[in-house]
Design a protein around this ligand. Sequence first.
Ligand code: TPP
Ligand code: MG
Length: 794
Amino acid sequence: MHVELKTLQGPLTQQELSKMDRYWRAANYLSVGQIYLHGNPLLREPLKIEHIKPRLLGHWGTTPGLNFIYVHMNRLIQAHDLSAIYITGPGHGGPGIVANTYLEGSYTELYPKITQDEEGMKRLFTQFSWPGGIPSHASPDTPGSIHEGGELGYSLLHAYGAAFDNPGLFVCCVVGDGEAETGPCATSWHSNKFLNPERDGAVLPILHLNGYKIAGPTVLARIPNEELTDLFVGYGYKPFLVEGDDPEMIHQRMAATMDQVLAEIQSIQREARTNGFSSRPRWPMIIMRTPKGWTGPKKVDGIQIEGTFRAHQVPVTDLEKNPEHLKILERWMLSYEPQKLFDSKGKLIPELAELAPAGNRRMGMNPHTNGGLLIQDLHLPDFRQYAVSVTRPGTAYAESTRVLGYFLRDILKENEGSHNFRIMGPDETASNRLQPVFEVTDRTLVAQVFPYDENVSPTGLVMEVLSEHMCEGWLEGYLLTGRHGFFSSYEAFIHIVTSMFNQHAKWLEAIRHIPWRKPIASLNYLLTSHVWRQDHNGFSHQDPGFIDHVVNKKPEVVRVYLPPDANTLLSVADHCLRSRNYINVIVAGKQPELQWLDMESAIRHCAKGVGIWDWAGNDDGDPDVVMACAGDISTLEILAATSLLRKHVPQMKIRVVNIVDLMTLQPASEHPHGLADEDFDRIFTTSKPIIFAYHGYPWLIHRLAYRRHNHDNLHVRGYKEEGTTTTPFDMVVRNNMDRFQLAMDAIGRVSRLKGNADAAIELFKSKLVEHGQYIREYGQDMPEIREWKWESST
Ligand SMILES: Cc1ncc(C[n+]2csc(CCOP(=O)(O)OP(=O)(O)O)c2C)c(N)n1
Ligand SMILES: [Mg+2]
């Protein structure tokens, strides 16, 4: 059921067509110039080898297609005063986006040295993929980009994320046909089941079917048109096919198609905005089948280039050795007739310049692509009002994430009018105990909803889909365009988006050094259903390794928090939701667990990130041992071990230290949150053993603290990949992070106790034996474990 507009009688007059074609050629000329030249930018003299860059870098193949669509978008924006942005999945077509933003003037406004004249053009060419210049992709340096497109697969997700709650925005998203083979892209077509035309903007996906990826054909290019379009019909779109290589014909077809597509989008929006949302619309999309490397060299050395995979990067190389290749390049560039496109000073002629929209309507200047310009602070209710009452540490229970759920519920409520906060999760909002949010909103779905579904509607603000890729990509798009969000996931499965996390972190690292890019809201992950309490789901669900990956990224952008209870979680969440340009990872428990700190203590503790819990220790400033913990279950076990020691080895002087902010362990020179050495030494001592129970893989603590004075005395217990379906306490026992083992670790490392605590060691060992027998007989933990409270044993 695809639509193909075959007529040559398109909407363009001959004059319009000629102007658009010349504008396109100007963009192509500038793209080739960036890949090849660092002198003679306007080819005023015959091309010589000294005008050519010594290293030829960049991607030509995708670029003419991206440029073609850009020109047609400009026409649409001009004709309809659209607020539009451009996302290019094949971000390796960076030269094309740079060329277009230069032609429209955005580039010079943001980079005044890149003037719109011959000298500026020379600089524009030279800087591309040049040391000290700009990267080769649609990187954060590129005006109008919110998507670098280096790692393929996420363009559509960013597009939809940008469109959510942005009713006035039109997002044109080019998807590479190679990119379309990726898993994240394959699932992201389903984003149309979550876009509500009444409150959200529009996404126009354009599948760039240039037939090839780097080295071979693409799947979608080698199936019949009917099967191809059926695929997109099956995804719920109305596909329009634009194919050909004759510029005149295809300009008309593209213009006619763009007009029709926009009319359909506007009609969908008008209907929903006039009469309210009624049913899922069939949004249009375009399949553009044009040659890869279109308008480039047809053949080099007798081998076909245009329309093949060989056009992917630099289509003609070895110019130094082969004068004929230099001629091919010269003929190619002159085929665009630069002398007719640029005036004597090197500026685009006014007749063509007027094709670009003005001011913020230029896609390079649309403020939605620089979200920090538009961001408004979230209205945050006072998190203290959700405090769990803790009169004595370790005596009352709460489900920490459920408490956070009340805070999130009220954030949703208070920001309803601003339409700038959404919650993402792969089907786990309720499972992760955040269900209080469903008192005020629903899960979004614009597909069919049955009366017996729970909390599902087209107006929900909770984005639930069983694809962590989609959650992550949508959230990134939403944040990059100036809004806020919160992503909760099972700890073990967040690894699925590790690579997307990487890319977003890199983006944040880069924008810190680009003055015109304003800070955006941080990406906040809540990792719960974590390793220690996946005793019921078993080994596959037990993996705390995401943190190890996160800390590889630049300290300026990553933060990792391990709040041990509900009040610390509230305080941390409040902090993260106010922060900018970070990726915050919060790991917290969802099961009923003992609560340690009242709200005021929690706030003080979180502000410091690490602190001595005086109430738990008995060291009077001079401990025999430091019992340290990071993570809720680690905290429980350290405190239980401490109480065992205080009861059975009362002469031992113990200091308890809790770490909420993992980054405090790094030296201050490495991370902005790193403790000064004096503070670290004061808290952890310079000579006493440290028994450290850590939530994740133990090596990370060594990695973070290896330069600290007392590192040689640091003994870390954590998850060492011993997992199965068993009892909660057995999980810590299997990994030697249980209270008995930790207590024995402490005794073994305090030399003055040698021989003086044998009875305690015997007791702890027999407790572990008893534990093993008990759980096998009764299928649950011993009552003294299940019912243990801090108060009862000290
Ligand atoms: C996830 C990922 N895998 C591999 C690559 C390496 N790569 C760069 S470009 C490219 C081919 C892209 O093909 P397509 O999406 O069709 O883009 P175009 O043909 O428009 O250049 C590949 C595989 C990548 N960038 N990202
Ligand atoms: Mg391709």
